[in-house]
Design a protein around this ligand. Structure first.
Ligand code: HEM
Length: 134
């Protein structure tokens, strides 16, 4: 598996652990005010990152490009900043609002970079032969 795919899965599972932690805390406390931070942590963190990692695992040539690592850095920085800022904002700390806005834009730039990677270059996907699993 290309290094970036592994890196994406490692980062994704950390967001899943944090996201589930938030979910359990909401369920136990019966206070669902941070629902937005929980949902974004799980969906932008765990789900989207696992999809990005899966794409790079299937497209090793694209995974080797420097732009792929830049995309990982930008997207991860955006989500890592957005989730705690959103969490604090939903708890009533309105000073976090500009941080949520800026980090959302950084996350979106990471998504646009991923779109660029998908639409450019040679799309040589690897499909494991069924033979090797027999
Ligand atoms: C053990 C794991 C989890 C727990 C305990 C948990 C707990 C919760 C709780 C208590 C709520 C608030 C429900 C409400 O107020 O209506 C919620 C909402 C939500 N959760 Fe989780 N969650 C878990 C895992 C996940 C995962 C893995 C994802 C996504 C991949 C996810 C996505 C969402 C979304 C999108 C909402 C908002 C739903 C809505 O607004 O209707 N959750 N979760």
């Amino acid at each position: 598996m290309p290094r970036i795919a592994h890196l994406y899965f490692k980062t994704a599972v950390i967001f899943l652990i944090i996201g589930i932690g938030m979910g359990l805390n909401m369920a136990i406390s019966q206070d669902h005010s941070v629902i937005g931070a929980h949902a974004h942590c799980n969906l932008l963190g765990w789900v989207s990152m696992a999809i990005f990692g899966g794409y790079y695992a299937l497209n090793p040539r694209k995974a080797e490009k420097r732009l792929a690592m830049i995309q990982y850095g930008v997207y991860t920085a955006g989500v890592a900043l957005m989730v705690p800022a959103l969490y604090l904002m939903l708890l009533g700390n309105m000073a976090m609002e500009p941080v949520v806005a800026i980090s959302s834009i950084i996350t979106f730039v990471g998504v646009l970079l991923f779109a660029f990677i998908i639409f450019t270059g040679e799309a040589v996907a690897i499909t494991p032969s069924a033979q090797q699993f027999r």
